[in-house]
Design a protein around this ligand. Sequence first.
Ligand SMILES: C[S@@+](CC[C@H](N)C(=O)[O-])C[C@H]1O[C@@H](n2cnc3c(N)ncnc32)[C@H](O)[C@@H]1O
Length: 307
Amino acid sequence: MTETDETETTVVPDGGDPQEAIDAQGERRREELDDRIFEHNAGDEQEGIPFVGAGPGNPRLLTVAGKELLEESDLVVHAGSLVNSELLEEYCDHATLVNSVGKDLEELIPLMRDAYEGGENVVRLHSGDPAIYGAALEQMDALEHEGVPTHFVPGVTSAFAASATLRTQLTLNEVSNHVAFTRPQGKTLTEEEDHISEFVGMGDVTSCIYLGTHAVRETMDRLLEDGHDPETPVGVIYHASWPDEDVIVGTVGDIAEKVEEAGYRASAMVVIGDAVTGAGYERSFLYGDWANRSSSGSSGETEASDD
Ligand SMILES: C[S@@+](CC[C@H](N)C(=O)[O-])C[C@H]1O[C@@H](n2cnc3c(N)ncnc32)[C@H](O)[C@@H]1O
C-alpha cells in the first residue's frame, strides 16, 4: 500500500471540462433512462469504476462486494479521514492510495480515467454510502462522459451505525414513522433550505443530521427559538463504529453544552427525535394482528411483510 499526497501525484488535467460533462450527462438522463438500470442489480459485478460505500468505519461493516473490489484494486481514491485507515490497511495493502480531499474534479477525473484506461482496477471509495452526501454522481457523470463506465456499490450509512450504537430503530411503531437524512444550513444550504425545524415539528420524524457536528449549538438554538420541546431527545454519535466512538445523549435543551464539553466539531451523527431513546413504542401490527390474520386469501409477499 502506498499513500500518495499532492506532491507525489502528477496529474495533468486534460480531456473534457467536468462541468460540461455533468451538464451533458444530465441532459441525456432527462431524455432516456440508462439501459444498465434494467440489466444489473446493485450487487452485481459490473464493468468500470465502482463507487464503493466504505461503511461508517469499522472494517467489518464493509459489504462483501466492497471488500472483494478493494482486495483486487490497484488504485483506491478514498475520502480521506472519513474512511478508517484500518479498513485501507486491511483490504488495500497492495494498492496505491490517493486521498481525494482537496482535489477538484479537474484533477480527480483524469487521475481515475488514465489509471482505468491503463488497465488498472480503480476503486472510488466513499464513506458510509456514496448516495448520501457523497457527491458521487458528478464524478461518475464526468467519467462516463469520457467513456469510462461507473457504478454504485452501496454501503452502510453512518445514520445506521448510529442507530445500531443507540440500540434503537430510526422508525418505531407509534414513535417515529419517517426518517429524514438532512444537514444544517451553512455554505451549501441556505436558511430556507434548512428543514430540520420542520422535521422536528412533524413529531413522528427521526432527523439524522449529517455534516452538522460543528453547528449543534446553532441548530439547537434555532429549534428552541421555533418553540420545540427542549426535552426532545438528541443523540450525538461521534465516529460511529470506530475504535474511538463516543456517544453523547441529551436533549434539544442541553446537548449543545455536552458536545462543546466533549470538543467535537466534525465526524458525528446528530439524531433528533423520540426514537433516540426507543421509549414509548407499541408492538407492531406485523407481529400482532397481521400475523394472526386468517391465512385464506394471503398469497406470499405483501407490503406488510416488509414492515
Ligand atoms: C460528507 S458526509 C458523508 C456521509 C456518508 N456518505 C454516509 O453515508 O455516512 C460526512 C458526514 O457524515 C457523518 N459521518 C460519516 N461517518 C460517520 C461516523 N462513522 N460516525 C458518525 N457520523 C459520521 C458526519 O456527520 C459527517 O460530517
